[in-house]
Design a protein around this ligand. Structure first.
Ligand SMILES: NC(=O)c1ccc[n+]([C@@H]2O[C@H](COP(=O)([O-])OP(=O)(O)OC[C@H]3O[C@@H](n4cnc5c(N)ncnc54)[C@H](O)[C@@H]3O)[C@@H](O)[C@H]2O)c1
Length: 321
């Protein structure tokens, strides 16, 4: 059976990681890199990669899917063209700037019978038994999320990262999104968001965000995402009535149905391959993607929309997705 061609659009940090994941898997082939910045395009050529213009890639029947590794605000025209050309999607996080934008991508891909997936690779680190009865297992749970990744505020004052239209936000969107997504996988649909405190590097670009989220399951989550502390720390703790779980630096511990559950941390590069493995299997006629589905991102997009676009100290209901 031939290899499935994937084109990676954007050859920055994310794009390079996608190229590595595609290259590591049997049955997938990097069909093209699309890059508008001449210096980044040159780096791809020097790495021996096939750099091609987007229209040529869209017209190529050997390209089955586009991995869209652009800043959020640069993606909409590329995603629309990809769907119009019948290409399946792998979208980087945060996959949309608003619930309405996400709904548009999901609907257009579904109407065209295309798979839409997302690079929320940390979902694959959660043990299956933990995901199995979520969110019912954690109804009315008390949960806490802390993400600390030290960065100089200047990082969020340059290029697209300083532009809310392109970046959506700062540390919450670009460093917090993975664990916020994990919280939604376990706790379900967020219904109310209350930002409690916020520091910005530039207008609309947060370097620290503290907030509170209520889920339809009754679970309550306290959120701290910061780049202002020195320690690197990532931890989600969920305390249910009987069960509990903690994901810390990618490793899971907990107790479910009276039994201990543990899962070691796995390298992010391996988790990214899991995302592509689901898509590759589906494109070969196997089961449709599951964990990597873009439709599983409605929670995190609504949650961040609420925390970022609500005045501090006030509570807002989630916008429908
Ligand atoms: N899932 C992950 O672990 C992970 C890791 C890194 C980044 N990301 C996400 O990926 C997104 C991009 O971040 P990054 O750090 O790679 O950014 P980056 O600036 O390093 O790379 C973006 C690249 O896209 C190119 N580009 C912009 N518009 C383009 C267009 N229309 N066509 C072709 N190329 C275009 C730019 O020239 C640049 O080279 C962000 O949303 C970020 O949060 C996710």
């Amino acid at each position: 059976m031939g290899e499935t061609g994937i084109a990676v659009v954007g050859f920055g940090n994310a794009g390079r990681q996608h190229v590595a994941a595609i290259g590591a898997l049997d049955g997938l082939r990097l069909a093209a890199v699309v890059e508008t910045d001449p210096a980044a395009a040159r780096r791809a050529v020097e790495a021996g990669l096939p750099v091609r213009p987007l229209p040529q890639v869209l017209a190529d029947p050997a390209v089955a899917a586009l991995a869209v590794c652009l800043p959020p605000g640069h993606r909409p025209p590329v995603l629309a063209d990809a769907v119009a050309a019948g290409k399946h999607l792998v979208v980087e996080k945060l996959p949309a700037r608003s619930p309405a934008e996400l709904r548009g991508i999901l609907d257009s891909a579904a109407d065209a019978s295309l798979f839409s997936t997302v690079m929320f690779q940390h979902r694959f680190a959660l043990p299956g038994e933990l995901r199995a009865k979520a969110p019912e297992r954690f109804a009315d749970a008390v949960a806490n999320l802390i993400i600390s990744r030290p960065r100089n505020a200047a990082h969020y004052r340059e290029g697209w990262r300083a532009e809310p239209e392109a970046a959506v936000g700062g540390v919450s969107v670009h460093l917090g999104a993975h664990y916020l997504d994990l919280a939604c996988q376990l706790l379900g649909e967020p219904v109310e968001m209350t930002p409690l405190s916020r520091t910005d590097a530039a207008a609309g670009i947060d370097t620290e965000l503290l907030g509170h989220v209520t889920f339809r399951s009754g679970a309550r989550l306290t959120v701290t995402v910061t780049c202002r502390a020195a320690a690197r720390f990532e931890q989600l703790t969920v305390l249910g009535h009987q069960d509990w779980a903690e994901v810390r630096a990618g490793a899971t511990t907990g107790e479910l149905d009276g039994r201990p559950v543990t899962a070691p941390a796995r390298p992010a590069a391996e988790l990214r391959q899991d995302v592509y493995r689901e898509l590759a299997g589906a494109l070969r006629g196997g089961p449709a993607p599951d964990l990597s589905l873009l439709s599983r991102s409605t929670g995190v997009v609504a949650l961040l929309d609420g925390l970022l676009n609500t005045p501090v100290g006030t509570t807002r209901a989630a916008s429908p997705c």
